[in-house]
Design a protein around this ligand. Structure first.
Ligand SMILES: Nc1ncnc2c1ncn2[C@@H]1O[C@H](COP(=O)(O)OP(=O)(O)OP(=O)(O)O)[C@@H](O)[C@H]1O
Ligand SMILES: [Mg+2]
Length: 513
């Protein structure tokens, strides 16, 4: 029977053994002290060895980035709550830059910019990490953008086509459907193999929840990743969001995948960066933005690229979003972003209020790369569209004043109205390439001129099923398909005319809408 004395002896023996195996050696640790803290930033003294962008650990485990190195003090942006950090408390350097978890485990998840889960799911099961700031691919590591990235929105795919590896700015006033275009593009990737990363910066939690809900309901959420630095997160976190999201995306790109990165939005990102910079007492420049505001966005967007085959051939397509005030695209941040990107999709509030949605202003929108990647069959159909549409818009303005018009002009206007109706589209209803080709053909062949405008929605709703039955060859088109032959065109026209008759049986008077 063991006694208390035996127990004690055993315990002492075990303790002696543990103490014997202890190695005691000096450990060097650099520490500094907090001089000033508040509003998401801190000034730290000491820590002479700290490098730019190094991760520092504050009281209570709060992390910060050293973004401003001075002789006397270091300016830090904090990624957590500043309220628990007393002035004079100790700060430790880590010798590392900020890193985020990367890998397949992130797919289908909602995370913050440090990779902590924001959904109810379990902890992320990944042991690969990647620095948030990375060098953009060099010129020799890049290849030409060759494959299209279909948005499923006819107005974009036909007139402002995007390529995989391109950077296209979505720009417009508040509430004009900027996020909607990006979300529809993500949803359309349900029929491709593109991985989608949505970075939300400084947005209301409810808006982000709507986006996630829409993608879960209509898209392929298992191939999507949401990185959220919401409006009430520390400014440092919001600032880090696009870089972190980009690193998470680059992990897949390096493995040869095509990735779409939506950054919603860079205007808020610029505002957060201005706030942090002013608090760190950096000299303000134009519109009080710091001098490096152009650089922080260009080095982010330069990371979007199509990689050369020897680098795996993956691509990162970036869709940054920017907000304008009263349609002013020549303000500071919008002009910066327009000059960094390969084109812009401009959303016009006037069109939005006239219920022309998506409210894309075709005249002010451009894609400087994607045209070469557009599916040949779609390119062939949309060649004359831009010109016809522009002519119609000009004529329409002219006839608004009640001018009497001749028969020919009236026909042009009626035709233009059909084009406009075809370019409008509901949310969450992306069109396949076949449907897009068919709609363009219906306009181009004047089949729709006989359908009243209020029956256009019905025509569109029936289209997919009708073509599947009466013209399956069109539904089977893919982005490498050659332009339709004369025979195919004729068969498609016949099928479309038949549909037009079913949808609007008693027509006969064109343009009676
Ligand atoms: N094609 C569309 N059809 C019908 N409604 C649309 C369409 N596109 C956008 N909307 C509606 O317009 C509203 C504004 O859209 P959205 O939130 O995408 O705009 P935004 O420009 O991102 O706004 P914010 O500036 O607040 O971020 C939403 O209620 C959305 O449902
Ligand atoms: Mg939005």
């Amino acid at each position: 029977m063991t006694t208390l004395a035996d127990d004690l002896r055993n315990w002492l023996d075990r303790s002696r053994a543990r103490i014997g195996s202890l190695t005691i050696e000096p450990k060097l640790e650099h520490v500094g002290r907090v001089v000033r803290v508040g509003d998401g930033v801190a000034t730290v003294s000491g820590l002479p060895e700290v490098r730019l962008d190094e991760l520092l650990v504050f009281h209570g485990g709060v992390r910060g980035l050293a973004v401003d190195l001075g002789e006397e003090a270091i300016g830090c942006v904090l990624t957590g709550d500043t309220s628990g950090i007393p002035a004079g408390s100790i700060v430790r350097g880590t010798g590392e830059v900020a890193r985020v978890p990367v890998g397949d485990a992130l797919l289908g998840r909602v995370v913050d910019p440090l990779g902590l889960p924001l959904d109810d799911g379990e902890k992320l099961d990944t042991d690969s990490f990647s620095p948030v700031e990375q060098r953009a691919p060099a010129i020799v590591e890049r290849a030409l953008v060759t494959r299209p990235l279909a948005t499923g929105l006819l107005v974009v795919d036909a007139m402002i086509p995007l390529g995989r590896g391109q950077r296209e700015l979505i720009i417009g006033d508040r509430g004009t459907g900027k996020t909607a275009i990006a979300v529809d593009t993500i949803i359309n990737q349900r029929s491709s193999d593109v991985i989608c990363v949505y970075a939300a910066i400084g947005q209301k939690a409810s808006s982000v929840a709507q986006v996630i809900e829409a993608v879960r309901r209509y898209g392929a959420p298992e191939r999507c990743l949401f990185v959220v630095g919401e409006a009430n997160a520390a400014p440092g976190l919001q600032w880090l969001t696009p870089y972190a999201a980009c690193s998470m995306a680059e992990h897949f790109v390096a493995r040869g995948r095509d990735v779409l990165l939506v950054i919603d939005d860079l205007t808020k990102h610029a505002a957060v960066y201005r706030q942090v910079s002013l608090l760190l007492r950096r000299p303000p420049g134009r519109e009080a933005y710091p001098g490096d505001i152009f650089y922080i966005h260009s080095r982010l967007l330069e990371r979007a690229a199509k990689l050369a085959p020897e680098r795996g051939g993956g691509s990162l397509t970036a869709l940054p979003i920017a907000e304008t005030q009263a349609g002013n695209i020549s303000a500071y941040i919008p002009t910066n972003l327009i000059s960094i990107t390969d084109g812009q999709i401009y959303l016009d509030p006037r069109l939005f209020y006239e219920d022309q949605k998506p409210a894309v202003d075709v005249g002010k929108s451009v894609s400087r790369v994607g045209g070469k990647t557009q599916a040949p069959v779609l390119k062939d159909m949309s060649e004359s569209l831009r010109l016809e549409y522009a002519q119609f818009l000009e004529l329409e303005v002219f006839t608004r004043f009640g001018t009497m018009v001749d028969e020919r002009t009236r026909k042009v206007i009626e035709h233009g109205r059909r084009i406009r109706a075809v370019l409008g589209q509901r949310q969450f209803a992306p069109l396949s390439l076949g449907e897009q080709v068919a709609l363009l053909s219906a306009v181009g062949e004047h089949v729709l001129d006989e359908v009243p405008l209020d029956r256009m929605d019905a025509f569109r709703a029936e289209l997919g099923a009708w073509l599947g039955e009466h013209c399956p060859e069109v539904m089977a088109l893919d982005d490498r398909a050659a332009p339709l032959s004369g025979d195919q065109r004729a068969r498609l026209k016949a099928a479309l005319s038949a549909l037009a008759h079913t949808v609007a049986p008693s027509n006969g008077e064109p343009g009676k809408a």
